[in-house]
Every structure is written in structure tokens, then in C-alpha cells.
Design a protein around this ligand. Sequence first.
Ligand SMILES: Nc1nc2c(ncn2[C@@H]2O[C@H](COP(=O)(O)OP(=O)(O)OP(=O)(O)O)[C@@H](O)[C@H]2O)c(=O)[nH]1
Ligand SMILES: [Mg+2]
Length: 337
Amino acid sequence: MKFIDEVRITLIAGKGGDGSAGFRREKFIPFGGPDGGDGGDGGDIYFQATEGMNTLVNFRGKKTYKAGHGENGAGRQKFGAFGEDLVIKVPVGTIIRNSESGEIIADLTEPEKKVLIAKGGRGGLGNINFKSATNQAPRKATEGKYGDEIEVDLELRLIADIALVGLPNAGKSTLISSISAAKPKIADYPFTTLEPNLGVVSMGEDSFVVADIPGLIENAAEGKGLGIKFLKHIQRTKSLVHLVDVSWCLDEYEAFEQYVVIRDELTKYSEELSFKKEIVCLTKIDAMTEEEIEKFRVFFEEQLDKKVIVLSSVSGRNIDLLKSIMLKTLGSNQEEK
Ligand SMILES: Nc1nc2c(ncn2[C@@H]2O[C@H](COP(=O)(O)OP(=O)(O)OP(=O)(O)O)[C@@H](O)[C@H]2O)c(=O)[nH]1
Ligand SMILES: [Mg+2]
């Protein structure tokens, strides 16, 4: 299944029912007055943020969404029924834009939040409304109004607390599968991951959401490779875990170059991204000797002037340490998700 994160759909809210121009006709009441009721209002269209949905794939087939029409009013002061509202469920984190103007209409970041996007038309007025001292028998009734018709673009930005970034093949998917229940595809070639994977990491009472995104490459910020499409997803994360596969590097300079490539892309894409907290991990250390590991670790720590974690998803070394550092960067009062 392809990860779909942008769709364009048309919303047509319900038309209001027409007002009635009926007259009361009963035996022995020769001049029964106007008794036409109002038309019912057309149904509204709402969007509601729902947990447990991760993509906009449900919108792939259907392009037009309609709410119910209001019923017409009728004689004997009968009011038309209101049209049925339509509530469209979307994943938490969906942004709704007016396609024409590009303006953001709603940003659904809170679970269960419901917003009105297309309003149904008002029902027309029946002739009972137009009775006056001078006009006892109005034939006037108004028509129901059309509901809003609007084309919108839905855009989903995944809401994860922490994103895993790194070059292709760095071991991001392997890591998310070892710290959460996510089961992404893992393979020994670049660009295995084509769509972000989300995983929930639980640690006792605490839990947080991690996103594994496709590998970034040089010039990703200018659109090269797959990564650019997903950089926007990580803009909302609180911190980054940067994986550097040092196992194949000839020396610490080559290893550090791998790190710099990704940092450059993040900075080029957005300053905000480059200022996010970053946990640096040297990965696949099970394939290295202890001396090599030390040499790389010391070099990175000197260059960055902070601690880095040496990690192996295969042997499990320092995986628990990484999880607790991730949790710490989010603050200890992380809510359950
Ligand atoms: N020895 C060793 N191999 C690892 C480790 N982590 C991942 N690998 C291997 O590295 C290869 C790439 O792993 P992935 O998890 O698919 O890498 P990725 O960063 O998600 O790659 P893309 O999705 O292409 O960006 C696979 O063959 C994994 O089995 C590790 O800790 N040690
Ligand atoms: Mg992957």
C-alpha cells in the first residue's frame, strides 16, 4: 500500500428544502389562511480527527462528498426535515486547505476534534412567515438555498514525537522494529522504506511515537531521492534520532562525512529542523571491534561536543539506553498516546 498524504476532494453541503406556499383547506373554513411550512436546512459537512488512522488512503477512490438535502416544507405548517450532516473522519494531523486560495481552513491536531467545513443551505420560508395585516393570503414562499460547495486539499503530517533520520540503509527500520511493534520492510539495499512507518515505544507508564522515514541523501532538500516528501512530516516532531552506519567506513573522517551530509540537508530544508534536539547514534557496531568503536565514538564526541550512543539493533547493545534518552528528551511527563 502506498502512503498517501495529500488528496484533493470536493465537498457539497446539502441544499435547503423549499418553503411551502400551502393554504389551509378545511370544510366550513372558507378562507383558511396560509399554512405552508419552512423547508429544512441542508446538512453540514464536518471533519473529525480520529486516532488509529495513519494515511489518507481511504480518500483515493471517492472524490466528492455530499451531505443530505433538507426536505421541502408542506401544508398544515409542516416543516421539512433537516438534511443529514456528514462527518468525514481523517487522521489526527490532517490539514485542510481551500484548494483555490491555498488558505488553511483547519488543522486537526487534536483527537476527536470536529470542525465545520461546508455549511448546508438554509431552508426556504413557508408562506406562513409572510402573513401580515395587509396581506392575509400571501402566496410567497422562498426557495431553499444551496449549500457550500468547496474543493479542499487534505494534507497529512504525521504526528510523531521523534523521527529517525539517516542515509539509506543506516538501519532506521531495523531500529524501529526493535523498539516498537512496527513491522517495516528491512533489506540490505538503499531506499527500502518508501513510506513512513510509525511505532509506539512503551516504557512502563510512558509511551511515545517514533517515525521511521525513508533515507535522506545529498540534495534531498532540493528534491533528490525520496526524502524531501517526508521532511515535512518530521517538522512537527520534538526531536531527531540520527543514525550513522559507521560499520563500513574506513576511518572516522569518512564516518563523520556521513553525518554531515544529513545535517546539511536538514539545515537547507528548514532552520527549524536543524535546531531540533538530536540524539546521534553510531549504528551496526556489532560488525566492528571495540577499538574501532571507541575511535569513532571519541571522534564524534569531540566534533559535536556532546555524547553519542554506539548502538546495535542486532545485538541489542544500548537499545534500552537509547529508549531512555529518547524519553528524557521529550520531558518526563510525556502523556500516554
Ligand atoms: N550488522 C547489523 N546490521 C544491521 C543493523 N541494523 C540494520 N542492519 C542491516 O542493515 C540493512 C539496512 O537496514 P534497514 O533497517 O532496512 O535500513 P534503513 O535505514 O531503514 O534503510 P532505508 O529504508 O533504505 O532508508 C539491513 O540488511 C539490516 O539487516 C545492525 O545493528 N547491525
Ligand atoms: Mg527503512
